[in-house]
Design a binder for this molecule. Structure first.
Ligand code: SF4
Length: 83
């Protein structure tokens, strides 16, 4: 698992659309996570804690983890759609 697999800047051929080298560790200055990289469908999203656990499981920490957690502000939760 590479950090790029959670990043929306990864192209279909695996390269970085910003031209950055593929990081060997889970750190990158350009890392731009996408919620769809963690949850295939919005209905799978169960909250910030779930996202945090997934990110930590894959070895994200520090700034990269914080960027993932910022995603939770922009996610529409399924229960919010019902009201
Ligand atoms: S910005 Fe970094 S993490 Fe994202 S695709 Fe490019 S190299 Fe990978």
């Amino acid at each position: 698992m590479t950090l790029c697999e959670f990043c929306i800047l990864q192209q279909s051929d695996g390269r970085c659309s910003d031209g950055l080298s593929i990081p060997k560790k889970m750190r990158c200055v350009g890392f731009t996570p996408g919620i769809e990289k963690f949850c295939a469908t919005p209905a799978d999203y169960a909250g910030q804690e779930q996202l945090k656990q997934m990110a930590q499981f894959f070895g994200l920490a520090g700034k990269e983890l914080n960027r993932v957690l910022l995603l939770t502000d922009t996610v529409k939760r399924p229960e919010a759609l019902k009201s």
